[in-house]
Ligand binder design. Structure first.
Ligand SMILES: [Zn+2]
Ligand SMILES: [Zn+2]
Length: 457
C-alpha cells in the first residue's frame, strides 16, 4: 500500500470532469500535520493533459515557474481546495510548508542537530491524488469480483457459504458461483448471508454438454439453467443442433459437432438473458494439451459465440499470456469483446494462492451483467509470487482502474479483510456477531461513499 494512504485522506478522491469540485485533504499522522495557523503551498497538477505551453522554459526545472502555486490555510485541520478538473485523468496534488517551526515536536527541538532532516520534512512535497471522470463513468460504481467459482457442491473443496465469505475477506464485492452442471449454487451462500451487506452473489453456472462433456461455458445471470436442459431434455437439444446444420456456416478447420453445440448453448443462454463467458482455452490438460484449439477459440471470439472473454484466469502466467495473445490477435482481426478475469477456483484455503484474478466492473445500479455486456470491465491479474497487479481491457478503463488499484482498492480490501473472521463465525452459526458484522460491512460502504463523493449531505 502506498504510504500516503496512511498519511492523508482525500475526500472525495473521484470528481466529475470539466467542472469545479471541492476536495478536502486531511492529514492523518505525524509525517506532516495541518495546522490552522500555518500557510501551506499547494500545486494541483494534471498527470496527463497539461495546458503548459511548450517552450524552452519547460525543462524539468522550468516547469515549476509555470505551475500555479496556491497558498492555503487549513480550517480545523483540513485543507479545502476548489478546482476546475478538466478532462478525464489523474491529478496529483503537492503540498509543503516552510512555516511549521512553531509546531515542531519538543523532542526534535531539544536536539535540532540530530533531527534537522526530520524537521525539514514538511518542506518536501507530499503528494496525494484524485481522478476526474466523464459523466458515464462517474455515475458508475466500481466493483471488484469473480465471475467463475466452484464449491464442494461439485468438484470444489469448500461449501458455497465459506467460499463466498472468503472472497469477501479477500476484498471482493461480488462472487458468482458457477459450479459444473448446476445452476445457482450461490443460493446456498445467499441464504446464510442474511445480514445487511453490499456484497453480491449473482446467479451463474458452468455449462457442459452432458456429464463428462467437453464444453466449458460460463453463464451468468440467466433466468434459467442451460445445464438443466442437457439433463432433462437431451432429445430436444439433439433435434435443435441438427436443425442448426442447415442454418449455420461452420468455419473450416473446426469440429462441426462441437461448433454447433457451442452455437446452441449460446443461443439458449441468450434466451434466458445470460451473459456468456468463454473461459480458459489455454487450460493445460494433464500438462500435454490445451483445452480448446486456437482455430476453435478464434471462431468463438470472431463469430460471437460468447459475450466476454476470460482473458485472465486462475491458471498460471503462461496460460494468461497465451490468452492475451489470442485476444490481441482477435482484436487485430476486428473483434471487440469485453474481457473479464476470474479465478475458476476450486478451493479458497490454499494459502490464498487461488486469488490470482478478478474483474473490475463499472456498474449502473450494481448491474454486473449489463456493465460487462456494455464493455465496462477490466480484467485483473495478481499472481501470488509477485506484488505487481496487471490490468487488461479498454485503455480508458485501464487508466482509471490503475488509479483505483493504487488508491481505492488497498483501503477497501483492508476493510473487507476485517470482516473475514467475523463473517466466518456468523455463517458457521454464531448469530451473536451480527451487529458487529453489519457495522464492519457498513464501514466498507461508508468508505466507498466518501471516496467517490456519494456522501449524503
Ligand atoms: Zn471449466
Ligand atoms: Zn470452472
Amino acid at each position: 500500500m502506498k504510504s500516503e494512504l496512511k498519511r492523508f485522506s482525500v475526500t472525495p478522491s473521484v470528481v466529475p470532469a470539466d467542472c469545479e469540485s471541492k476536495i478536502s485533504i486531511r492529514a492523518l499522522d505525524g509525517w506532516m500535520l495541518f495546522y490552522d495557523d500555518v500557510t501551506y503551498e499547494v500545486q494541483i497538477i494534471p498527470a496527463d493533459k497539461n495546458e503548459l505551453p511548450m517552450d524552452e522554459a519547460l525543462s524539468l526545472k522550468g516547469m515549476e515557474q509555470f505551475r500555479e502555486t496556491r497558498k492555503v490555510q487549513p480550517k480545523n485541520g483540513v485543507i479545502e481546495l476548489t478546482h476546475f478538473f478538466k478532462g478525464e485523468q489523474q491529478w496529483n496534488i503537492r503540498i509543503r510548508t516552510f512555516e511549521h517551526d512553531k509546531h515542531e515536536l519538543t523532542t526534535h527541538q531539544m536536539n535540532p542537530k540530530s533531527f534537522g532532516w526530520v524537521m525539514e520534512r514538511p518542506e518536501q512535497w507530499s503528494i496525494v491524488s484524485v481522478y476526474s471522470l466523464k459523466e458515464d463513468l462517474y455515475n458508475r460504481r466500481a466493483l471488484r469480483g469473480d465471475l467463475h467459482i466452484h464449491t464442494n457442491m461439485t468438484d470444489g473443496d469448500e461449501s458455497p457459504a465459506l467460499t463466498a465469505a472468503t472472497y469477501r475477506q479477500m476484498g471482493y464485492d461480488f462472487a458468482v458461483i458457477t459450479d459444473h452442471y448446476f445452476y445457482d449454487i450461490g443460493q446456498y451462500a445467499r441464504e446464510k448471508f442474511d445480514f445487511k451487506t453490499d456484497f453480491l452473489l449473482p446467479v451463474g453456472e458452468e455449462i457442459h454438454n452432458g456429464f463428462g462433456g467437453h464444453l466449458h461455458i460460463v453463464n451468468i445471470g440467466s433466468s434459467q439453467s442451460v445445464n438443466e436442459v442437457f439433463r432433462e431434455n437431451p432429445e430436444r437439444i439433439k433435434k435443435e443442433v441438427e436443425a442448426l446444420k442447415e442454418a449455420v456456416d461452420v468455419p473450416e478447420n473446426v469440429d462441426e459437432q462441437e461448433y454447433l453445440y457451442r452455437v446452441w448453448v449460446y443461443l439458449e443462454a441468450k434466451r434466458y438473458g445470460g451473459l456468456v463467458i468463454f473461459p480458459h482455452p489455454y487450460w493445460n490438460i494433464e500438462k500435454v494439451r490445451w483445452h480448446v484449439g486456437h482455430e476453435m477459440s478464434m471462431a468463438i471470439l470472431k463469430d460471437g459465440l460468447c459475450d466476454a472473454f476470460e482473458i485472465m484466469g486462475g491458471g498460471n502466467a503462461e496460460e494468461n499470456n497465451l490468452q492475451t495473445a489470442l485476444y490481441y490477435e482477435a482484436q487485430r482481426q476486428g473483434v471487440n469483446l469485453p474481457v473479464v478475469g476470474s479465478t475458476d477456483s476450486h478451493t479458497v484455503l490454499w494459502d490464498g494462492n487461488e486469488f490470482k484474478a478478478s474483474t473490475y466492473v463499472f456498474t449502473e445500479n450494481s448491474n454486473i451483467k449489463k456493465a460487462v455486456l456494455e464493455g465496462y470491465s477490466v480484467a485483473v491479474e495478481h499472481q501470488p509470487d509477485e506484488k505487481n497487479i496487471r490490468l487488461y481491457g479498454p485503455y480508458r478503463l485501464v487508466r482509471y482502474a490503475r488509479f483505483l488499484t493504487d488508491y481505492y482498492f488497498p483501503l477497501h480490501n483492508e476493510l473487507c479483510a476485517s470482516v473475514g473472521p467475523v463473517l466466518r463465525d456468523y455463517i458457521q452459526g454464531d448469530k451473536s456477531v451480527k451487529p458487529l458484522l453489519e457495522a464492519l460491512e457498513q464501514r466498507i460502504t461508508d468508505f466507498e461513499n466518501r471516496f467517490f463523493g456519494r456522501e449524503k449531505e
